[in-house]
Design a protein around this ligand. Structure first.
Ligand code: DHB
Length: 391
């Protein structure tokens, strides 16, 4: 071959290598974007394990299509989430985007999902309005109004009259403050103080001191998954656990992933949420055992179950479309699907694309030598009340 021909061949090879991988029509790529590092890394770790367990249990082929799970670390930064979402749909031909550990991250991917007509399955972030930001968003986690409003009902029924609320100052915290507080006041309760603490480097100590002076019946708290231990440590340091102030909240603060680290300070906390590793059902017993086996004894939390169900949603939708992985077909198939999750019966509301699920009232108790959120009451089939209130 002449030198000129060699140059031409090399240039051709370089061009081919640089061009995006050709879409393989027998493979369905699911791009799972999560904070694998940074302050929300526990969400990433739990979600990745949940999605992988589903594939492990159900095989990597569905309706004739091979499932390829591609996990990307957005470090919890929204600009990175957006870039990764663009790369996944543009270069890796992802048919589904999934994950999103915090509300700003889910919002950053929304325009990408809309533009590419690719379903965005939100398996973590929980601010109510997220699903309104793209017609391609479907959610398998929960919404804060869905979890927080039942807490107010329980508090009112159990002699709690004066409450201080403490929330992380961003979307889900504002939702929790509004839907716990609004429901509580409507029922005759009094919110003595509303405290908001920054998401970055939270320090609850000054607020907790102010709160102790108010002598409320209870403190209602929302912090995102992974932040509960800092709150609880400072709660105990101020002696609030022994002051007779009850601790109530959504279940994010007594996260199953953190309960052992929080320790006895969590005992007696009453929270409302959609998942506890202690949920008593055959599906959950099998899920917890398989999850712990696959992950060195790690206990699954509500993030793990949402990613497990998110992956399940992809499989069920593909079965329904007989393998058609185009965005609009998948989205149409997801609407109205129902199944038995480890958390209990769930369905995707065809109008809002949010999950409809039981909310459980739970209390932290010692059981067989370990701390658990022990469920003692069930509010069945709860829809996101924020969207219901707008109709
Ligand atoms: C969000 C994050 C969490 O870790 C959580 O427990 C609830 C909500 C969020 O950012 O939407």
């Amino acid at each position: 071959m002449t030198a000129k021909r060699w140059t031409l061949a090399a240039a051709l090879c370089a061009m081919l290598a640089a061009s995006p991988a050709l879409a393989d029509e027998n493979t369905v790529t699911v791009g799972l974007i999560l904070p694998m590092t940074g302050p929300s890394a526990s969400t990433g770790k739990q979600e990745k394990a949940g999605a992988e367990l589903y594939i492990h249990e159900h095989g990597d082929t569905v309706a004739g299509k091979k499932i390829a799970l591609v996990v990307k670390d957005d470090t919890g930064a929204a600009d990175v989430t957006k870039r990764l979402a663009e790369e996944l749909v543009g270069n890796e031909h992802a048919s589904v985007l999934m994950g999103f550990g915090l509300t700003p991250l889910a919002l950053a991917a929304a325009p990408v999902a809309t533009e590419a007509k690719v379903p965005e399955i939100v398996t973590a972030a929980a601010t109510a309005m997220i699903t309104e930001k793209s017609p391609y968003i479907v959610r398998t986690s929960f919404t804060l109004p869905q979890a927080a409003a039942p807490m107010a009902d329980w508090a009112l029924e159990n002699g709690i009259r004066k409450v201080v609320t403490v929330v992380t100052d961003y979307g889900p915290g504002v939702d929790a403050e509004k839907w716990f507080g609004g429901t509580f006041e409507k029922g005759g309760g009094m919110i003595m103080q509303k405290i908001r603490v920054p998401l970055k480097n939270p320090d609850f100590a000054p607020f907790l001191q102010r709160m102790a002076d108010d002598k409320p019946d209870a403190v209602f708290v929302f912090v995102p998954s992974g932040f509960g231990a800092i709150f609880m440590k400072q709660f105990v340091e101020r002696g609030l656990d022994k002051s007779g102030v009850r601790l109530i909240g959504t279940g994010d603060v007594t996260d199953d992933d953190l309960l052992a680290a929080i320790g006895d300070a969590a005992l007696g906390a009453v929270t409302t949420h959609h998942y506890s590793a202690d949920h008593d059902s055959p599906e959950n017993k099998a899920f917890v055992a398989a999850f712990e086996k696959a992950n060195n004894g790690m206990r699954p939390n509500f993030m793990a179950v949402a990613a497990y169900d998110g992956m399940g949603l992809v499989y069920k939708a593909l079965e329904k479309t007989k393998g058609d992985a185009s965005g609009d077909a998948l989205l149409a198939a997801m609407k109205g699907l129902s199944w038995t999750s480890p958390r209990g019966p769930v369905s995707i509301d065809p109008e809002t694309r949010d999950i409809v699920q039981n909310i459980y009232v739970r209390k932290v108790e010692m059981k067989d030598g370990a701390l658990f959120n022990v469920e003692f009451a069930t509010i069945p089939d709860v829809k996101d009340p924020y969207k219901a209130s707008k109709r």
